[in-house]
Design a protein around this ligand. Sequence first.
Ligand code: PLP
Ligand code: COI
Length: 364
Amino acid sequence: MSKTPSLKFVRHPHPAPLAADKRAELLKNPGFGRVFSDHMVTIRYSESEGWHDARVEPRAPIPLDPAAAVLHYAQEIFEGLKAYRTAGGGATLFRPRENARRFQDSAERLAMPVLPEDVFLEAVDQLVSVDRDWIPDGDGSLYIRPFMFANEIFLGVKPSSDYLFIVIASSVGAYFKTSAPAVSVWVSPDYTRAAPGGTGAAKCGGNYAASLIAQAEATKHGCDQVVFLDAAERRWVEELGGMNIFFVFDDGSMVTPPLGGTILPGITRSSLLTLAKDKGIAVREERYSIQQWKADAASGRLREAFACGTAAVVTPIGIVRAPDGEFTIGNGGSGTSTEALKASLVGIQRGTAADPHGWIHKVF
Ligand code: PLP
Ligand code: COI
């Protein structure tokens, strides 16, 4: 389906990249997802030609026929990973092959062609290389967004014959705008994110479209994120709108919901599981109910909870709000286990700590 013997990336450098002083101004306080670099990578796929026409070109609007399948049936998947500036002026990525693999899994679930891992990696490397000046210094990073969508001009409901794979990059700071020491989450009473047999484990745009009403409800209730319960029993904590979740108990052990097809297999989640084991922490992938969460927060058995993901990194959760009331975790701020795990992860990601698992990919 997706044979790509040799895909040559043709470079079309931007004729007028943003001036250095204007870029520096944007990089001072980029926020999340609004500041974009000069270039993008595009690769086309058609049933007859396979993957072809790989380009590094100026970032620009893409012409789209109003009958393009993605606009009607949402056949679209994406990834998210970050490039970091190293002390020596180089650039690194954190476990990008895991993103390439998850992109393949998402493609299979959405009946899309599978992009070879090495092509995904080369596309990301090419963009980070050409737009290296857009990697912020300090705590910032360059958020890379590879995505692919159905491009066939046809209104019949079937897997598309044509696709466009694109990689764009956005200079980012923190994902959450809040200056509070921890975020608050809203337990959605009415909406679920994913059902067994559905697309919960795939990173497809449709999952996020379906989550927006619950996220808007969270915002209305003064919360930073929505937390979803399972669709079958409305009992088990699954994940947040855009992050996985961990719980830390008074005996130092940790729990995170198991991967069962309805939550996203987060790369941060899997990395934290490994780092926790390295530290000798007993960590269980186990179902945890909302009732238990509330009871454990009240009794003090639960000490900490945190969200994790590429955008969120590790973010403590302080308040859990639901229609029948709210509860506070610990002192409502961060906790020692959360901070220790975050420090270990960020140290590896930013090259200030050793990388015992070989997670760092050097771009240049
Ligand atoms: N869960 C959801 C729904 C997400 O959108 C994300 C973000 O990518 C994650 C979990 C965390 O995944 P990762 O750690 O690979 O970024
Ligand atoms: C990521 O962390 O990469 C995501 O896709 C989540 C989203 C909140 C930006």
